[in-house]
Write a protein that binds this ligand. Sequence first.
Ligand code: GLN
Ligand code: ZN
Length: 748
Amino acid sequence: MTTSIIGFPRIGENRELKYATEKYWRKEISEDELQETARSLRLSHWELIKDAGIDEVPSNDFSFFDTTLDAAFLFNIVPESVKQLNLSQLDRYFALARGYQGDEGDVKALPMKKWFNTNYHYLVPQFSDKTEIKLTDNKIFDEFQEAKDAGIQTRPVIVGPFTLLSLSEYHDVKAGDFVDDLVDAYQTIFEKLSDQGAHWIQLDEPELVKDVTGDSKKLFDEIYSKLLSNKFGLKVLLQTYFGDVRDVYNDLTELPVDGIGLDFIEGRKTAELVRSGFPDDKILFAGVVNGKNIWRNHYEDTINLVHGLGVKNVVLSTSCSLLHVPFTIENEEFPEEIKQHFAFAKEKLTELVELQSILEGQGNNAETNNKKLFETARVTPNAKVAETIKNLNEESFVRHPALAERAKIQKGEFKLPLLPTTTIGSFPQTREVKRTRAKFRRNEITQEEYDKFIAGHIDEWLKWQEDIGLDVLVHGEFERNDMVEYFGQNLDGYLFSKNGWVQSYGTRGVKPPIIWGDVARTRPITVKWSKYAQSKTDKIVKGMLTGPVTILNWSFPREDISIKESTLQIALAIQEEVLDLEANGIRIIQIDEAALREKLPLRKTDWFSEYLDWAIPAFRLVHSKVKPETQIHTHMCYSEFTDIIPAIEQMDADVISFEASRSKLEILDELQKQNFKLQVGPGVYDIHSPRIPSVDEIKNTIHAILSKVPKEKVWINPDCGLKTRGITEAKASVENLTTAAKEVREEL
Ligand code: GLN
Ligand code: ZN
């Protein structure tokens, strides 16, 4: 029995890649310097994996931004506008990722979407009738060679053709048009890698854990029957993750692949499928160590699982790439009795190796230590929280009066103009803001000094918002490091790592808090600054909260109680906060559910029973007790909720804002068709890119929105918070937004 992993975090133990890349973008270092950082990170990661005792090491899991983008770039799936930019290869790559505005032209970034059920984002390749598939990049070959030169034989990894085609967007063409060319290109990769001395290639096909039926199944069959007709002497590992492959399991076992990677953690049916028969001439890459969560593996359960499979050739592996967990627990400051419960990426390598030795009849110590960890309950339950949950009934989840009635009341209350303008909450978090927060955290400045600083920022930005004529203001969230961590820090039951960063997109990371025990609110969280901001202006200032589903989805959840139960605990805590804000004069409260869609089961057939049936009520619980005249907003990143519109409506907020600028406005057609009742703020420009939208551009977007939504229901806002943007671009963009709204308003 041997060990392997699917992929390793690439940003570095101390986020070296992020810092170097951002310096490069700011033109503070040269491309050579950036490449050198990347090279040394790759090398140290390969060595770390090797030294931990892992037998088979992946390569090309590294990326400067995203591996799906790498694949698009490799296959020349690049829009003409970007190809024409007179830039270096690397800068053209970054232009795809971030857009480009400069001497060479003006192009938008590729759309970005959530990677399956994670908080990682991939860039969506765009196919058009101009797309001509051919190999135009050497990354996969260079990285294999780089490792080889360092004496490490690796298994190159690439997004598989089925997943690549399934995740892409098509303009006047369809996936099927590209199968032959794409298969040829993959085969060229096989051939080249084989010539270079590779033994294996790993094709990542997570798309296979979704419902694979009808057209999707046909596409898969077509691709793989062609692709595997010649492997050029390479062994092929077909790697899946994030679920089970129940629709295609039998097909996979019959394919001429050499290894099949299956997820035993999220794949509810994986064990059952494998027990029904796994071919002796193939290797099962058994994903038994959780690649997404940070708890220690339960060795006894894992050993029993593996023993019970009855498979001849097994490689012990992770359930998905370790990209989704932080680098190492070593640098954390938790006391030992807490620390011992965690395994981050580096520790998971050790877990695999320990499991391997136990399965080979050695490793008694590891086995005994692991057993001890699970012998006693980790935490004691919070009796008060349990009691409150027990007493919830149907009415606890219903707000009165109904939406239409509330809309009337609120209209009289607020007297907002048509097309009211607002922002999503945060304003740029400059270095100064971050540094001051850090100083305060380290007790280097007093509470008074810190408060003065935050108040100063709020004052300044309130004034700016008044000056440019925004209708509903925000305080700017300067006191928040992160929309989840900030709340967690003020709730019982949470733990925080110091360095537990996980890549979210490009150089952006999140540091998900850990739900350690029962969650409860112990003190007001946002009241102080919301109240302060409201006291400084006659305009309405929106209160700003994160919703329970998002808090849960962006935390590392417990594995000893259900996710549903943890979410209810969080919902009750946020409900207290909502009522506290209301009692303190906050009349509009936005409850962000940025990550609501993220954890939708990958199989549509599970959407309601496994998720929405409790997630939506959890949101309703949060605002069910507010007064009719209090307006509840919610915000969701990404407009990909076309297929769950009724569920979104059942959240029963008064207004919803969402991203629409990047993946166009198609969502509005659907909302119109389904007679969506809530007021909507479809983002009128893309905040994920530094480019500044012009007034005309925004006016066009507003007109497009008005052609689909009655004007009484439209809000005008950016598509997300502005905290990652620079001040100049943020201000210029929002000013253009208010100007555009005013000009369109006059036409109405
Ligand atoms: N209110 C948050 C902000 O503006 C929302 C962020 C998000 O949706 N990701 O930063
Ligand atoms: Zn957002």
